[in-house]
Design a binder for this molecule. Sequence first.
Ligand SMILES: [Zn+2]
Ligand SMILES: [Zn+2]
Length: 256
Amino acid sequence: MKKPRIIFLGTSASVPSKIRDNTSLLFVYGREYFLVDCPGAVVQKLKKVNLDFRKIDKVILTHHHPDHTYGIVSLIHCLLYSKKKITIFSNNYTNDLVRKLVFLFKLNGKNFPQLKYVNVFSKEFFYEEQGIKIKAVRNKHVKESFGVSFNFKDKSILYSSDTAISKNIVENSKDCYYLIHDCTASSLFFNKHPQLYSVHTDSLTLARVFLSTNIKKIIPIHFLESSYREMRRINKELKILGERVFIPNDFQSILL
Ligand SMILES: [Zn+2]
Ligand SMILES: [Zn+2]
């Protein structure tokens, strides 16, 4: 039986560190590859984990912020002459932004991949194939931003994307096996920069909100500052979750 695998291609927030690039994930399910968010040099990242970037034909963009999207033009450029078709799943605003970038960079010639744009809110599951159903879950970040829920036969994974604690995300995480959640900084950092509270999640709040749930693994990502001190504070605040926490490094992977 094929087991879904999640590869963390990046785990930082808007500002990359020496060892963490902007957040993006690759979901591999059998022969299907889903790239979730697309910052940085995606092609090089895939090479680093020995995957063929030409296999990417489905890209999910959770919102338009540059740390989640700016690598898309490079990915398309790298696929020149590949005769590929790529489907981009996002909200209308972000799909439109990609359309405009493709036009401005002149990546719409016949030798570039054919792009298809799907509005994730057009139906309950924006992707539904044998053994996998994918749904957009509205979160609390920017207009039309969303998390992504991957549903397999008997298990599911929810990636919250950038978000403050959202009722909808909490509701949709109830039965999930793995939750990959925004953990932009420690509570100390949020107290110093309170404007973050309305759009992101701090590690203390994350731990408290998901403490009494049945989620098997809680996977915090999207760290704004990964200095030794800040990561130690984050670790400390997440400690109450015990063995259920997994803090991934870039290029680590986890099986469902
Ligand atoms: Zn972000
Ligand atoms: Zn964002």
